[in-house]
Design a protein around this ligand. Sequence first.
Ligand SMILES: [Ca+2]
Ligand SMILES: [Ca+2]
Length: 404
Amino acid sequence: MKNKEIIFVVLLIISLVGALFLVRQRQELRRGAYYSNGRIILQPEDRIDAAVGDDVTVRAFFDSPSGTMVDNVHMVLCYGDQIDLPDSELASRVEFVADSGLVNDDNIVLKKEYDGENCVNVIAMANNSATLKDGINHFATVRFRAVSTGNGNITINTDRSKMTGSNPDTESTDHNIALEVTNASYSISAANDNNDDSNNNDDSNNDNDDTSSGADSQLNYKISFSGVKSTAKCADNWNVKVVVMGNGKNVTLNDTVHRDGELDGRAVYRGSVVVPNYAQYGSKVAVFVKGPKHLQMKFGEDNQSGVYNTAGGEISLVSGNNSKVFNFAKLPLLAGDVVGNNSTSQDGAINAVDFSYIKTKALAHENFNDGTYVLADLDGNCSMNSRDVDIVRQSLNEKQGQLY
Ligand SMILES: [Ca+2]
Ligand SMILES: [Ca+2]
């Protein structure tokens, strides 16, 4: 090599090193920048019902304001004594999602007690600035194990959690602004051994015998959900609200429904609630049923197959336990009420806000394990995709929530 060429190569190396140094310095500045309006969201938002021994799974999403690319999420999840992350299974129970841009061999999962509470640090970091994401992104899944009965919450400790990223509006200025978070909750029942059995006689959780002055009536019913086929693998044990109304009074009862056959290819579910002091609602009542992602629908008669457009209802309740099962499955509950206009909970209407939520989720095209509950998976096929968008689009064409 001639002298001139050697000098050129040396200069080239010096300038490359210089450029790398500058890039590194920029990244260092970026790392120190907390930005405003970050959110960490846990899904599902509805209470997770599980039995001892089951998994209690939450999916964590980061949500960043437009243009702000997230390069680090440090989430501190705290939880009650009813659920646990066994040390030996920690690595398999906390999964990082590649698509979030935050997958790295250096990612950290560390259990720790804060203020007497069980918590786990989940730290997801980027190792490649080219794949950073903004917007709403699923970055981690945490699979707790239910160990004892009781209710509790899975909360994100906002003081200890943070997100960092480059903020184009404020450059490298530090902003240590509290994150907004959406938490999760769970209810753990005693271990049961039959999950997919169609016989569920003992699952009514609304026994109220002691508090009511009159006799109780057991209301058994069958329902179906729009778009949920009999083959759906992520549509079990959904929670519904049942409102019994008559005589100017009403009562809201919570229930969990279980598979019981099929109708026209749709999965049929059976539920059962106990109506305390049922006589106060008169001899004929109307029943309203609302699903976890569905509009409330009115049922005024057995085997109803269309909208019940009459005031009141023709459902007769009788005293005590009985074998009568009202069939409301011919008119599926309309799916698509997943969020409110300004909130993350249902608001009794399906509109553009719900549509855009479902559509955003569907674009991610994510698949889940059988049995996973995901709000945006309207047809319960363990995948968020265009079918869910079609279902909400169909619902938009139908009536909005039927009120009483
Ligand atoms: Ca809505
Ligand atoms: Ca789906």
